[in-house]
Design a protein around this ligand. Structure first.
Ligand code: WQD
Length: 351
């Protein structure tokens, strides 16, 4: 069986990807220091797949701890590297924290990939690398604009580091540029668990709808778009997850066109913030408490993907529709509340 190391395996996209890899016959181990995730998500992975996944609770910025994973698993023949901080706003306030964490961990993993001759490497990138594109939809050839945040800069630099590393060595890489991952696993066993107040749109919507947040803001409705709010390409997390499995098979079967192919992972549909809110209200039956606020600095006005390359070369066909994205996100938020009640009631019994 192909053994794959998933770094950041306890994270939102990481855990969903582990499920898809196992369901497609891969043997998986995780490396995640749980600084911004919880190892308990691997219990959900086991519930869904029947497979227990070992997590190495390691800070990948520490080389000796990182190399120990490879010494214990010399049969790793693929790496999917998710581990990174990803809060855009925080990265503007603490750029050095982002450069140190996101780049040092990447460099250590790439060093090990070379030293242990791991042939295949998949890098978690983001549509953020495009900045504010002049023309949409964006293709993989759309030139990058200056990053709007340190987070975006670490993704642009990360792509360059991966490309140069595989050029110098013998392994192959794929860069996957996610658009806006949303939703939860259809089993409702796992989903997004934002740390603190959610910055991203869909968790802000579901937390407002369930009453965890008193209300939310739409950051600007005076943009040059069809209803004045920003346009994004929202893509279900399970479609993103499956693209990683297809990317690994693409490399394992030697179908790659270069030693560092890049793919957009979006649905190809651009939707505005207000359209997402309307879709959520229809699906949930909940009238959302929101008001129009000022524009958010760093926001891109409009971006969505041309996903032909991933469709044609990876055989990737996103199957989850907007309704599924809203339904699974809302069901997951209600599950979290149930668990909270259970958690609080258990605590009440204990006291
Ligand atoms: C989407 C739209 C907001 C919250 C970022 C990263 C990207 C990826 C996803 C990691 C914007 C508006 C949001 C709210 C709002 N990160 N919004 N009220 O900024 O497109 O992308 O997260 O993988 O790399 O750049 O996502 O969900 O934060 O915002 O009006 O309470 O929703 O202004 O127009 P974004 P987002």
């Amino acid at each position: 069986m192909n053994k794959i190391l998933v770094t950041g395996g306890c994270g939102y996209i990481g855990a969903h990807t582990i499920v898809d890899l196992i369901e497609n016959g891969f043997d998986v181990i995780s490396a995640d220091n749980n600084s911004r995730s919880n190892e308990s998500v691997l219990d959900a992975v086991e519930k869904i797949t029947g497979k227990a996944v070992k997590n190495y609770k390691v800070d990948l910025c520490i080389y000796d701890d990182t190399v120990a994973i490879f010494q214990e698993n010399p049969d790793i023949n693929g790496i999917i590297h998710f581990a990174a901080y990803k809060a855009v706003g925080e990265s503007v306030e603490k750029p050095l924290l982002y450069f140190e964490n996101n780049l040092n961990s990447l460099i250590n993993i790439l060093k090990c990939a070379h030293e242990f001759s791991v042939p295949n490497f998949v890098f978690s990138s983001s549509c953020t690398v495009y900045g504010n594109p002049d023309k949409i939809p964006v293709t993989e050839e759309t030139p990058m604009k200056p990053a709007e945040s340190a987070y975006g800069a670490t993704k642009q630099m990360g792509e360059k580091i991966v490309g140069d590393a595989v050029n110098a060595n013998t392994n192959n890489a794929i860069l996957l540029r996610y658009f806006n991952p949303v939703g939860a696993h259809p089993s409702n066993q796992m989903g997004e668990i934002p740390l603190g107040k959610p910055q991203n749109l869909v968790p802000a919507i579901t937390q407002t709808a369930i009453g965890k947040l008193p209300g939310m803001k739409v950051w600007g409705n005076d943009y040059d778009t069809r209803d004045g709010s920003c346009v994004r390409d929202y893509i279900h997390v399970c479609d993103i997850a499956h693209a990683h499995t297809l990317a690994l098979n693409y490399l394992l079967e030697g179908r790659n066109q270069s030693n560092c192919d890049v793919f957009n992972l979006g649905t190809g549909d651009g939707l505005t913030v207000l359209e997402i809110i309307n879709a959520f209200e229809k699906i949930s039956g909940v009238k959302l408490n929101y008001e129009i606020g000022p524009r958010r600095s760093g926001d891109v006005v409009a971006i969505y993907a041309n996903n032909d390359k991933a469709k044609n070369l990876l055989g990737w066909n996103p199957k989850y529709k907007l309704q599924d994205m809203m339904e699974t996100a809302w069901k997951w938020e209600m599950k979290l509340k149930e668990d909270e009640k259970l958690f609080n009631s258990t605590n009440a019994e204990l006291n």
